[in-house]
Ligand binder design. Sequence first.
Ligand code: DON
Length: 304
Amino acid sequence: MPELALLEQVVDKVRPLLGQGKVADYIPALAGVNPNKIGIAVTSIDGTTIGAGDYLEPFSIQSISKVFSLTLALTLYEEQEIWSRVGKEPSGQSFNSLVQVELERGLPRNPFINAGALVIADLLQARLGAPKHRMIELIRGLSTNPSLISDKMVASSEFEHSARNAAIAYLMKSFGNFNNDVDTVLRSYFHYCAMRMSCADLSKAMLYLANKGRCLDGTQLISPIQTRQMNALLATSGLYDGAGEFAYRVGMPGKSGVGGGIIAVIPGDMAVCVWSPELDHNGNSLAGTAALETLCQTLGRSIF
Ligand code: DON
């Protein structure tokens, strides 16, 4: 577990990077976020959480929700039912690309690009009576924060600008890899993306990935082997087309979102969440990546 002073040093070190990235504006409701924010929180497997900077401020988790969706699907389906619908390979394309879906006949490369997450959302829709409710319940439980909510403004802003995600879903439907009504699944998917959580909430919620599938409250959510597999997928595909650069600089399994959050895991030790809204060219938080790089280098930790 790092000292609180180290987290404060990390925040101070990367603060000069604020101003060098670009806040996501393709979702209008996200464009108005204050760019000058930087927070970091760490939850260790002994259950303690510490943080620095804006670590208690809620933000839009966006694609970080793809970790929760896959986890929920793993609790509902046999593995083969999932992996016959979505692959396990890095995409080498931007997170919302359509070309690969066409070339690879409707089979998304992995569950963390939009196409893959939409297939997972389709699976959740098929098996759950109230998927949005179940997801919020899961996330509240994992973070031990019963007051978490999904931001309706952000979710409907995304739905109104959903041409690209809808195109991806319809393309997959044309190949027989999407079963439910596209708009219904899109609404659920946007609801998951629009969850508002702080770095402290997210580092607590992701603790199971550092602790062989065991959550903060002691329940076993997924098995140790499933957790290892999830971390392998996060290491290879969690940062989209920036996964190689992230592995090189940070060396931890991680998942980013266009709200500027990144979660990362040191298996057997701790879950970390950073947040800073300005993104780099791959859609990953610029100062957030630098904060994780500084933290790992200072701690001398890497999975490699
Ligand atoms: O579907 C979308 O485009 C967004 N709701 C989520 C994208 C995202 O966070 C990609 N992350 N870097």
